[in-house]
Design a binder for this molecule. Sequence first.
Ligand code: GLP
Length: 243
Amino acid sequence: MILHKFKTQADLDRAAADLIISVVRSKTNAVLGMATGGTPVGLYKEIVKTYQQGLISFKEARTFNLDEYVGLPVTHPESYRAFMQRNLFDHIDIKPENTHVPNGNAPDIDAECRRYDEMLYQQGPVDLQLLGIGHNGHIGFNEPDTELSRFTYKVTLKEDTREANKRFFNSLDEVPTHAVTMGMGTIMQAKMILLVVKGQEKAEILDRTLNGPITTQVPASLLQTHPRVIVMTDCDVQYKVSH
Ligand code: GLP
């Protein structure tokens, strides 16, 4: 793992955007793993800025999102499809057919999970997987548990995760109880992973992710076993490189 610490979130967003842009510049048909939530909004803005300056094109790029709520109309502003259109896809030249978000309204969710993994296998591996992190160490919607799923699957959201995401909804009742998420195995197939962590309130979970035991109780700790993980944060944490 490589840890980059930034004084400001603006500097962090610019650096994260530059890394993603560099991947697409070096491989025009790059496969990008996308994340949602509050963390990536700033870096998506920086990507759009660079596109609007005519300095990058996403015409051949493909994207796969980590997760999507189950049962939320795709037109709901907080569906991850709507989030991605609003924050990125509507503002760059990526082809709509090249943007993939799990279908949380599929009649057969298990079949949708298999379809998503097969499509990823055919088009992948992901060249750069962007990740945020939940306060309980979840990535995507892989929640702390006694075991984790290798493949994309339907997950029951933990109450603290629903609480953390209710800020985007009118009430907790409106927050879905289930989601489709790439499994840990799917995520770990990526050639490179960029984990972005913002806000000192995530310092503790980031410290556990970087330096704690590798445990399914902190899904993000599995990133310690991945050969190419770049962490960008404004948190004040240290990365221990030995015992
Ligand atoms: C949600 C998303 C995750 C995201 C997490 C943190 O659970 N499914 O992909 O990393 O929230 O969100 P935020 O960036 O708003 O803290």
